[in-house]
Design a binder for this molecule. Structure first.
Ligand code: 5RP
Length: 290
């Protein structure tokens, strides 16, 4: 016993001291295993707890949409300013250099395109997430869409089961059901269902009453940017979202369709991590665009 006390003293392990890893910087993740926490720490900055995820997975549904025609020219130069990238395995393998040293949120479901009514998505092989060293797997959940709800819920549950087996967190991507209102009630339900089914991150949309959506979701929420807005409005969206409880953004079109994507992602980063107001962020965007 005396020896043990000596050991504690020598190593500064006094009783009553709290080890610094007792409280983890990612909401709802304190009880997760080490590998999951390591991956989440690559995504969420341990200093701010926040993230700017650059989303360019749109092609698997939309094809070469505006701004995503050339990943090598339009997207790769932006990756340096993102904390994390979100894309499909096809784009990762074909177009993203393997030495970018950024965490990857791998789009892990695939299926029908915008040309088809019902999205019968399937999961990609989880071993691909391991092979690509993914820090998270992104899987859609479409609440309120009948058969599509059942298909996407099954995908989400399967991804969470496999993610738990291999230590890879799942990001639930809430899609907006065709009959559903884009309101806090719907997004709160969809976000909560993702978390209840095992998602460690939820991607949803900003809306009026968003603070209730964020508060009722036991894991971190990142917001999608949605359709292209004028830059200042997009920065307002980021600012309001983080102030109302989001931990960051998973943004695509408002970055890569901007008149200056590199300036825009840097301004978004400053709003999310450094607390710049939308006005300051827009000023930064304009300065960087000169
Ligand atoms: C598409 C997605 C997108 O990655 C997500 O919506 C973010 O992109 P944007 O900011 O353009 O909405 O998950 O399924």
């Amino acid at each position: 016993m005396a020896d043990m006390d000596g050991f504690r003293e020598a190593n500064n392990f006094g009783f009553g001291q709290t080890a610094q890893f007792d409280s983890f910087h990612v909401k709802g993740a304190s009880n997760l295993p080490w590998g999951m926490k390591d991956r989440l720490s690559r995504i969420f900055n341990p200093k701010t707890g926040r993230v700017v995820m650059l989303a360019f997975d749109h092609g698997f549904i939309m094809g070469p949409t505006s701004g995503l025609e050339r990943i090598d020219l339009n997207i790769v130069p932006l990756i340096q300013y993102a904390d994390c990238i979100m894309c499909t395995r096809g784009i990762l393998q074909s177009s993203v250099p393997a030495n970018i040293n950024k965490p990857v949120c791998l789009r892990s479901d695939a299926g029908t395109t915008i040309l088809t009514e019902l999205n019968r998505n399937v999961l990609i092989d989880v071993e691909d997430a391991i092979r690509f060293n993914a820090s998270a797997m992104a899987v859609m959940f479409s609440a309120g869409d009948g058969e599509q709800e059942a298909i996407t819920a099954a995908n989400l549950v399967e991804a969470a089961d496999l993610g738990n087996r291999y230590g890879i967190p799942v990001m639930g991507v809430t899609a907006v059901g065709k009959q559903m209102a884009r309101d806090a009630r719907y997004f709160a339900l969809a976000s909560r269902v993702c978390a209840e089914n095992g998602a460690s991150i939820v991607k949803t949309y900003y809306c009026e009453g968003f603070e209730k959506v964020a508060a009722a979701c036991p894991v971190p929420i990142v917001i999608a940017g949605g359709k292209k807005l004028p830059e200042k409005e997009a920065l307002e969206l980021c600012y309001n979202a983080v102030n109302d409880g989001a931990v960051g953004v998973d943004m695509g079109r408002n970055v890569f369709q901007s008149e200056n994507p590199a300036a825009m992602i840097q301004a978004v980063h400053a709003v999310v991590h450094d607390g710049l107001t939308p006005e300051q962020g827009y000023e930064m965007f304009q300065d960087l665009s000169k």
